[in-house]
Write a protein that binds this ligand. Structure first.
Ligand SMILES: Cc1ncc(COP(=O)(O)O)c(C=O)c1O
Length: 380
C-alpha cells in the first residue's frame, strides 16, 4: 500500500481529545470517532501550502469549492444538487443544534431513533425543545426502524426527525425501502427530516451503497442534509461541514438562527475540504480496504466471546457491541482496567452496550483485542 495506515503516530503531543481522555497513560482509546491515521497526503500538502502563505485573515468560501461539492456528491452518491442549496457550517454538531432550534420552538419536540450519536439527544434540549426517542429493533439480522414504535412515540408537538445515515453507532446502511418508508412517515406527520450523512463516505460492505436521502422522491421539500468531509478524510479538528437544503424557506430559517452566532468556516477547513474532494480518491480507496480488514479482525475475534454480542458494521469504523450478558455493572469501566477505552452505550441511549472504534493501525487493534479478551477471561 502506498499510504501508511500501519504507521503509529504519537497523538498525545497534539492534545488529541481521543488520546488525552484517560488519566491512566497506557489505555488504548477506542471511543470517539476519529482515526489514528494521517490524513491523505493531498490534504496535508494543500494545508502546508496554505500555511506557508503566512496570512490567515477572514476567508470567503473558495470559488472552486461549491462546484467541487456538487461534483463530489454527484460522483459518489449520484445526487444532483445546486450550489445555492449549500449552507457552510463550522461543524456538523453545530448543524444539529442549529436545525433543532430552527425547526422546534420551546416545548416542541424532535424525534430520533436510539441508540444514536449523543448530540442527537442533546441538541433539541439545548434549544429548549424536547427529545423524543424510539428504539431501533434487532430483527435477527440487522437493526431496523420500527415505524409502529415511532408512531407511538411522536406527539402533536413533534416537528422534526433527526436521522443518521449511515447510522452511528450500529453501522447500518439504510436501503431504499427503509428510506422511502421514513420519508412517508415524515410527510404523514409533517416532520422536517434532518439527515446526518457524515459517514456516507465510509461504506464497507461491498454490496451496499449509500443512498442520499435527497434522492428519495418527495423528500426534497422537507429535507435538510448535513454533510462534511471530516469523517471520511480524518480531519474533524479543522472544522468544516455543510448543510444541503433545497427548500428556500427551510434554508432561510436555518440562516436566521445562525446569524451573528455561528462562526464562518476557517481558512484551513475550506482548504482541506477542497483538497479532499478534488484529490482524495486514491487514499480513500485504500482506507476502505484497511478498515475492512480491521473490521473482520474485530468481528472474528470478539464474536465467539461469551458475554458479548457483536454487530456487523456495514459502514463506519465503529462496532456496536451488546455487553449486557457480561457479569459486570459497567462494561466500559471494566475494560478500562484492562487497558482499553471503549465508548459507553449510555449516552447513546443504550446502557450496557459499547462502541469500539477500529480505525487505528492494525498492531494497536491487535493489542486492544488481546486486552479485551483477557478482561473477558477474568470473568470465566
Ligand atoms: C453521526 C455524526 N454526526 C456528527 C459528528 C460530528 O461532526 P463534527 O465533528 O463535524 O461536529 C459525528 C462524529 O462522530 C457523528 O458520528
Amino acid at each position: 500500500m502506498p499510504f501508511e495506515f500501519d504507521k503509529i503516530i504519537d497523538r498525545k503531543t497534539s492534545s488529541s481529545s481521543k488520546w488525552t481522555k484517560y488519566d491512566q497513560p497506557d489505555i488504548i482509546p477506542m471511543w470517539v470517532a476519529d482515526m489514528d491515521f494521517e490524513t491523505a497526503p493531498c490534504i496535508k500538502s494543500a494545508l502546508l501550502e496554505r500555511v506557508n502563505h503566512g496570512i490567515y485573515g477572514y476567508t470567503q468560501t473558495p470559488t472552486e469549492l461549491p462546484p467541487t461539492v456538487v461534483n463530489y456528491l454527484s460522483e459518489e452518491f449520484n445526487w444532483t444538487i445546486d450550489p445555492d442549496w449549500i449552507v457552510w457550517l463550522p461543524s456538523l454538531v453545530v448543524g444539529l443544534n442549529v436545525v433543532s432550534r430552527a425547526f422546534a420552538k420551546d416545548g416542541e419536540a424532535i424525534i430520533s431513533n436510539t441508540p444514536i450519536y449523543p448530540p442527537f439527544l442533546s441538541a433539541p434540549t439545548y434549544g429548549n425543545a424536547q427529545t423524543v426517542t424510539a428504539p431501533l429493533n434487532w430483527d435477527g439480522t440487522r437493526w431496523v426502524m420500527d415505524f409502529k414504535t415511532l408512531e407511538a412515540a411522536i406527539t402533536p408537538d413533534t416537528k422534526a426527525f433527526l436521522f443518521c445515515s449511515p447510522h452511528n453507532p450500529t453501522g447500518r446502511v439504510w436501503d431504499i425501502e427503509e428510506l422511502n418508508a421514513l420519508v412517508s412517515f415524515c410527510r404523514k406527520h409533517n416532520l422536517i427530516l434532518i439527515s446526518d450523512e457524515i459517514h456516507a463516505g465510509l461504506i464497507l460492505d461491498q454490496d451496499k451503497k449509500h443512498i442520499a436521502t435527497g434522492n428519495i422522491p418527495d423528500a426534497a421539500d422537507i429535507l435538510v442534509t448535513l454533510q462534511s468531509a471530516s469523517k471520511t478524510f480524518n480531519m474533524p479538528g479543522l472544522g468544516c461541514a455543510y448543510a444541503v437544503v433545497k427548500n428556500p424557506i427551510l434554508r432561510k430559517k436555518i440562516k436566521k438562527i445562525m446569524n451573528g452566532i455561528v462562526h464562518h468556516v476557517g481558512a484551513l477547513g475550506f482548504t482541506a475540504t477542497l483538497a479532499a474532494y478534488q484529490n482524495g480518491k486514491a487514499w480513500h480507496s485504500e482506507l476502505i480496504e484497511y478498515l475492512r480488514l480491521n473490521r473482520e479482525q474485530v468481528e472474528k475475534t470478539l464474536s465467539p466471546c461469551d458475554g458479548l454480542t457483536v454487530y456487523h458494521s456495514e459502514a463506519t469504523y465503529l462496532t456496536w457491541i451488546d455487553a449486557r450478558e457480561m457479569a459486570v455493572n459497567n462494561p466500559s469501566l471494566y475494560f478500562e482496567k484492562f487497558g482499553v477505552g471503549l465508548y459507553d452505550g449510555a449516552p447513546f441511549g443504550a446502557p450496557g452496550f459499547l462502541r469500539l472504534n477500529y480505525a487505528c493501525p492494525n498492531s494497536i487493534l491487535q493489542e486492544a483485542l488481546k486486552r479485551i479478551k483477557s478482561g473477558l477471561a477474568e470473568l470465566t
